[in-house]
Design a protein around this ligand. Sequence first.
Ligand code: HEM
Length: 413
Amino acid sequence: MPPLFDWEFAADPYPAYAWLREHAPVRRTRLPSGVEAWLVTRYADARQALADQRLSKNPVHHHERSAHGKGKVGIPGERSANLMTHLLNIDPPDHTRLRRLVSKAFTPARVAEFEPRVRELTDRLIDGFAARGEADLIHEFAFPLPIYAICDMLGVPAEDQDDFRDWAGMMLRHHKPGEPGPPRGGVGRAVKKMRNYLAELIHRKREKPDEDLISGLIRASDHGEHLTENEAAAMAFILLFAGFETTVNLIGNGTYTLLGNPRQRTLLCDALAAGDDGLLATAVEELLRYDGPVEMATWRFATEPLQIGGVRIAGGEPVLVVLAAADRDPAKFDDPDVLDLRRRDNQHLGYGHGIHYCLGAPLARLEGRVALSTLLHRLPDVRLAVPPDELRWRGGLIMRGLRTLPVEFTPQR
Ligand code: HEM
């Protein structure tokens, strides 16, 4: 079996996934953390597992959970427990109740109201580097855009958004190349600052509500929808985090893929120049399928013995559904290793499936469409500034994304 989880794998996991799909589609594997988990790599098994209610999202079901309550797969400790009781860690009926409260804010129609603001943010970020003729598209573009967009949506005042950017950068270790990583204890301090800030913001919005998402959540709790203040803070936290690094990687991986596929890029640029936005929509879906931001769906735990793809999983065992592998399954997609921006009926699993299907998909699609089309329009000759094998991918189980994306282009005055 090809090695998993080393540097080579991080740069291109797809050959290893092809091997797994063919030879061991449901395979028990030791992860870098030492935890043993089942990897599910075929599309049909992945889709079925994502919808299987016997697979719980609550880490208390993990069989390796120790007597004093802490497990090896991110069971929250005392300090972060309040923020971790969120949609991706809970099951129905709590999940159903909390998701219903927030889903109104994420309908395509509500999200479309944000388009002018996303366009304004995108242009402002490009203005920041357009005259230089070079940029790191991760740090200067893909990273700040989603954090400002989600802060706006939540109702974080503009003057506080740079603090959020710094805390999120610390928590996700998004430091600039050459700069040292977070200092000892820095990540914990950033979580604490964000938690305190959110608690205070919720308090302020309760006193003086507005039209934003946090005020909406508070109103819902005040109208007997049983949303505690902790749940409101955890909701704001998961919206920030689920919506943040994923979108950074959609823009980063998507741009990188387009730069490496000049014919497909030309097809898209020609369509945009002709005012045809239809291709842009299918292009964003195909970029998600081809090299999506979420490599594996978040943890699931068998609440009872069950079978996936004919393999028996014991109660308490963790399961990781490998979305990136499923989305290249030749049993589901024609020529899965070929980027085809015109691909129709593209039922990829990049946003998951079942009750935890990505709540923010309409916002992610909007940001992806605006970011990629504006970038190609404003910097028509944008190209990689280093050979692809010099790029470094961020290691990590769940997300797949680049550390940096250095590009060059004709300076725009
Ligand atoms: C859930 C992908 C952007 C909010 C998910 C899941 C995936 C996903 C795969 C399911 C995880 C699982 O089943 O374990 C993505 C991708 C994005 C993106 C690829 C960008 C391209 C966003 C944005 C937001 C968001 C912008 C919100 C602002 C959420 C939330 C959940 C979720 C709240 C949990 C839903 C639930 O458990 O009911 N996302 N996401 N995501 N996503 Fe996204």
